[in-house]
Design a protein around this ligand. Structure first.
Ligand code: THU
Length: 161
């Protein structure tokens, strides 16, 4: 027997920063500022991330590249590592990611698969939904209600414990 199933996600697209709530504007602006600190001499794709923690703090990160490409670290995982090292008991409730790249032709750049997995782990760790805000090159802003929407059928701690 086979059964066709589908997965549906709801997300929002907002045309400009000014149309976001003040809190979202602030978080995205911090991701934009963080992208300016990227070390991305190889890809020239500058990514900034801002994590809003449950204690009100915001932690930033930017991508850090290496001539040995597999060592490159994405902005999101850099920020998560810092958050976990500094505030290990505090949830991340919202994530803004901004990407700036000269040769980008897509309308949005969402977190890569590895970062989705890392974000999901963090969300699960604190039982959070974790909103995601993503913008690329001043294009429209994409708002996702939960990291789980970006990783449907994802592998998580529920598979192990
Ligand atoms: N990158 C990020 O920082 N975050 C992502 O989610 C996607 C990719 C970085 C890694 C690398 O430095 C550059 O963008 C090109 O892949």
């Amino acid at each position: 027997m086979s059964e066709a199933r589908s997965i549906h996600i709801d997300y929002q697209v907002v045309s400009q920063l000014a149309d976001l709530t003040k809190d979202d504007q602030s978080l995205l602006n911090q991701a934009i500022e963080a992208s300016k600190l990227a070390y991305a001499p190889y890809s020239k794709f500058h990514v900034g991330c801002a994590l809003r923690l449950a204690n009100g703090k915001v932690i930033n990160g930017s991508n850090q590249e290496n001539a040995a490409y597999t060592v490159c670290q994405c902005a999101e995982r850099g920020a998560l590592g810092y958050a976990s090292a500094k505030y290990p008991d505090v949830a991340v409730i919202e994530v803004a990611v901004y990407a700036q790249g000269a040769s980008v032709t897509t309308p949005v750049a969402t977190p890569c698969g590895v970062c989705r997995q890392a974000l999901l782990e963090y969300a699960d760790r604190f039982d959070q939904t974790m909103r995601i805000i993503a913008q690329c090159n001043n294009s429209s802003i994409y708002l996702f209600n939960s990291i789980r929407d970006l990783l449907p059928l994802g592998f998580s701690k529920n598979n192990l414990i």
